[in-house]
Design a protein around this ligand. Structure first.
Ligand code: AMP
Length: 594
């Protein structure tokens, strides 16, 4: 395929935020690609060169890209810099400047652009900057203005077409799996296990749905995380688990999926499938010692502990460390962390994800040589509310945020990428009559007044509605931000600014500035109420009303580990709302006791 055709498609995708329209454009695009081009195009469309987990970054800074553009059009660099300042975007500047220079023949092919970008990403070591500029210049010289715009956006990591994985999966299912519900489920299942859209697409295109049977769990390739439902009380938990369940401490840290290869090489992945290996060298060092029978894939929660008392410490201590590459050693001594393993997905004998949980847990215990820093999550099988309560209290006393109940049933396989009642979380907040914290997606901001004039004063937050694949507002939050936090908001939100309301966002409020749903942050509030203005779970409780969080407050915790579709869902909010209504006595009792 000619690159010009692809960028024409990008222009169409860029012009819409409607999921159905995007899907139709993608289906059409799929029809025009050869199997070899499929993967490349799908990665590129998400601003990537390879699946996210491979961590391949283009790593081109604005200055370098500016230099390449100057070279390609034969203009002095200061002229480019001035033009970028005026347009605000190197891509648009390139588009304008290249309009004066005819592209060198022959027209670019998609595979050539991909190869050029890959070479840029791979150049490393001495002279790599020059090499990167060289590859980029070669591409730009042959690019039309629109092509240049997109090439630069991709190399700078600013493509942002807003095409989500779920939309791509929809398109793949429609194109190759007959558009049936069962087909869609199989396509998603293959993605959940491989985390690689390109792989799924290639198999579909060459072998059809049956080809997906080849997708296996592989060491080094993360599997999408299994997620938990929540429940209002322990009696309900036990009822759902048919009277007997394994309760585990619910550690409040960072989820880590660790892949230990046969030779001990270890790679760590976040819940969002990002490679964390570089961030946690101590785990990369310690895990192979604790896991001597290999290869294995295990999952756990990384939490700071107090070395003197063994108590689990608040999340903030880990988050402070995240992203701070310097001074790592000192921090490691100050804030020792522990990885509490709670599942094993692959053992030396093969994949275990289809095995029931009790079997996986037994295997986990056998495989791990526990040491100070690598442990197995504390667990107890309970069969009564009293036992459950005692274990819950113990977990709170140990510094955890609650318990995770896990099904012991035959069907308790590891459900990659799925949320269900096989795992149920029950947290301390519920017992205090407060709503659980909510992870909201920022979709808009309101200009501040008074002391906050000239800044954002409040944010419009939304939950994710999985069924509709859209974001529904549930609160406007202004409290919980200190001055420094407020000052930093424009920088955090800048990349997501939009001039028009995003079509995948619904709210009865009109903020001063809209954002593409991307940034997730945690809020708490007094209670959930019905609202004519907000649109979360709209019409589910009463026609014409949505759910709103009263007295929302930012907890100070950005959920950088979550993407927009990992935020709290409208369905979860509805469950929270119902659990509150169902238990008025509990709420007021707790409030009176507080
Ligand atoms: P939440 O983020 O509130 O939806 O809770 C689910 C998260 O709890 C998981 O993604 C894990 O990161 C974390 N977690 C803590 N302890 C456990 C455990 N014992 N089993 C499973 N997940 C756990």
């Amino acid at each position: 395929m000619k690159f010009a055709e692809l960028v024409a498609t990008y222009d169409r995708l860029d012009a819409t935020t409607k999921r159905l329209e995007m899907r139709a454009v993608l289906v059409e695009l799929l029809g025009r690609l050869s199997p070899d081009e499929l993967g490349e195009v799908l990665y590129l469309s998400q601003g990537l060169l390879r699946p996210e987990y491979e961590g391949i970054e283009l790593g081109v800074a604005d200055s370098l890209a500016g230099r390449a553009l100057a070279d390609a059009v034969g203009a002095p660099e200061p002229r480019i810099t001035a033009a970028v300042r005026a347009s605000g975007d190197l891509g648009s500047t390139a588009e304008a400047m290249l309009a004066q220079v005819p592209p060198n023949p022959p027209p670019l092919e998609v595979t050539e652009v991909y190869a050029g970008l890959y070479a840029i990403a791979r150049a490393s070591g001495e002279g790599s900057q020059e090499a990167k500029v060289g590859f980029l210049v070669a591409l730009l010289r042959r690019a039309t203005p629109t092509e240049a715009k997109y090439i630069l956006r991709i190399v700078l990591g600013r493509l942002r077409l807003g095409v989500r994985e779920m939309t791509i999966l929809d398109a793949l299912a429609e194109k190759y799996a007959g558009g049936s519900r069962a087909g869609r489920v199989r396509v998603e299942a293959a993605y959940n296990v491989s985390s690689d859209l390109g792989l799924v697409a290639r198999l579909l295109a060459t072998e059809g749905v049956e080809g997906l049977g080849k997708v296996r769990l592989e060491v080094g390739r993360p599997i999408r995380a299994m997620l938990a439902e929540r429940s209002p009380d322990l009696a309900d938990v036990l009822e759902r688990m048919e009277g007997r369940t394994a309760l585990e401490y619910k550690y409040d840290g960072l989820r880590v999926q660790a892949h230990v290869f046969e030779d001990g090489t270890t790679r760590l992945f976040s819940r969002r499938l990002e490679d964390l290996s570089g961030q946690f060298p101590e785990l990369v060092r310690d895990l192979p010692k604790a896991l001597v029978r290999r290869p294995v894939i295990v999952e756990g929660e990384r939490d700071p502990i107090d070395p003197d008392t063994d108590e689990i410490r608040p999340f903030q201590e880990v988050s402070r460390r995240r992203g701070r590459k310097y001074d790592l050693e000192r921090m490691q001594e100050e804030v020792p962390v522990c990885l509490f393993l709670f599942d094993v997905l692959l053992a030396p004998e093969g994949p275990l994800i289809d095995r029931p949980f009790p079997e996986r847990r037994d295997r986990l215990v056998q495989l791990v040589t526990t040491d100070e820093r690598i442990r197995v999550a504390k667990q107890q099988v309970v069969a009564s509310v009293e036992e459950a309560q005692a274990f819950f209290d113990e977990s709170i006393a140990a510094g955890c945020e609650g318990v995770m109940a896990k099904s012991l049933a035959d069907g308790s396989a590891y459900r990659a990428g799925a949320r269900g009642f096989w795992w149920i979380k029950y947290k301390r907040e519920y017992t205090q009559g407060l709503a659980d914290s909510i992870d909201g997606v920022v979709v808009g901001a309101f200009a501040g007044r008074g002391r906050r004039a000239g800044r954002y004063g409040a944010l419009l937050l939304a939950v994710y509605n999985e069924r509709e694949d859209r974001f529904e507002s549930f609160c406007k939050v202004g409290s919980g931000f200190d001055d420094a936090g407020l000052a930093e908001l424009p920088k955090r939100l800048g990349p997501f600014e939009l001039d028009t309301p995003p079509e995948d966002v619904v709210s009865g409020l009109t903020p001063d500035r809209w954002f593409r749903p991307a940034l997730v942050l945690e809020v708490r509030g007094a209670e959930l109420s019905l609202s004519p203005i907000h649109r979360a779970a709209f019409g589910e409780v009463r026609p014409g009303t949505g759910l709103a969080l009263r007295f929302p407050r930012f907890t100070g915790r950005y959920r950088d580990d979550k993407g927009p579709t990992d935020a709290t869902t409208a369905a979860e909010l509805l469950t929270l709302y119902r659990s509150q209504v169902k238990q008025p006595a509990r709420t007021s009792e707790a409030a009176a006791g507080a």
